[in-house]
Design a protein around this ligand. Structure first.
Ligand SMILES: NC(=O)c1ccc[n+]([C@@H]2O[C@H](COP(=O)([O-])OP(=O)(O)OC[C@H]3O[C@@H](n4cnc5c(N)ncnc54)[C@H](OP(=O)(O)O)[C@@H]3O)[C@@H](O)[C@H]2O)c1
Length: 217
């Protein structure tokens, strides 16, 4: 399993994953465009956390996690350097959230049900192996989610089977049951799960939940 994980993005998701995966023994680099954020990132992680540009983070990693604002995701992939992403597994946490107020707790997306954000990213870097992951749960639960005896479901998808196997191994280790929904187009169904996940929070202030797929097979 890859030990060097690069996280492109230093928001709540980037920081939660950096701290959680460090606990599991991974060597982490957090990427930001903004050198003025280095001190802030260090104060939220540990003082020896590696921090670099998106490009340095991509070069450092065996496996990458993309954790940037949806509207900046294509730009972030370009800044990481398309050549640095060749044949690399990239766990894509992003959601295409439009920057306008939700309607009765329902977020607006800038994509449609005919084209997900991850399909756009896969077109920007055709030789990278994107896997949708972590997009449908709050950052507090991304590593070692605790729901009593129940392991929550993480819905993933992507074109490369080997990349999905690597993703499954990581998810097994950090407390998730993986549900593979197929190829990149399945992101059209997975990304909107974030809208559903956020509604109880937006309308009732309840944010402590995760999805579980119940199966009779
Ligand atoms: N928050 C959650 O619990 C949660 C849960 C599931 C999925 N997600 C998804 O995960 C992603 C990250 O969310 P977040 O809450 O951690 O933070 P966020 O505020 O959505 O993203 C922060 C990061 O986005 C980068 N960024 C912003 N605009 C950019 C642009 N135009 N070009 C390139 N990069 C840009 C910033 O770069 P700099 O560091 O250079 O400023 C920063 O690192 C989002 O797509 C979100 O929908 C979030």
């Amino acid at each position: 399993m890859e030990k060097k994980i690069g996280i492109i993005g230093s928001g709540q998701v980037g920081i939660a994953l950096a701290n959680g995966l460090t606990r599991h023994g991974y060597d982490i680099m957090v990427g930001t465009n903004d050198p003025e954020k280095y001190m802030d990132i260090q104060s939220k992680t540990h003082s020896a956390m590696r921090i670099g540009s998106f490009e340095e983070t991509a070069k450092f990693s065996d496996l990458l996690i993309l954790a940037v604002k949806g509207a900046g995701a294509e730009e972030a992939v370009r800044r990481a350097g398309i050549d640095n992403l060749k044949n690399k597994t990239i766990l894509d946490t992003t959601n295409p959230i439009e920057e306008i107020a939700p309607t009765n707790g329902v977020l607006h997306y800038f994509t449609s049900l005919e084209e997900s954000l991850m399909e756009r990213l896969q077109k920007v870097a055709p030789e990278a192996n994107f896997v949708k992951c972590f997009s449908c749960v709050g950052n507090a639960f991304m590593v070692d989610p605790k729901f009593g005896d129940i392991k929550p479901s993480m819905f993933i998808c992507g074109n490369d089977d080997d990349a999905k196997t690597r993703t499954r191994h990581l998810l097994d280790e950090i407390g998730w049951e993986t549900e593979d929904m197929g190829k990149v187009e399945a992101a059209r169904a997975i990304e909107p799960l974030c809208i559903l996940w956020c509604i109880p929070g937006m309308i009732r202030g309840q944010w402590m939940h995760a999805f579980k797929l119940l199966k009779l097979y």
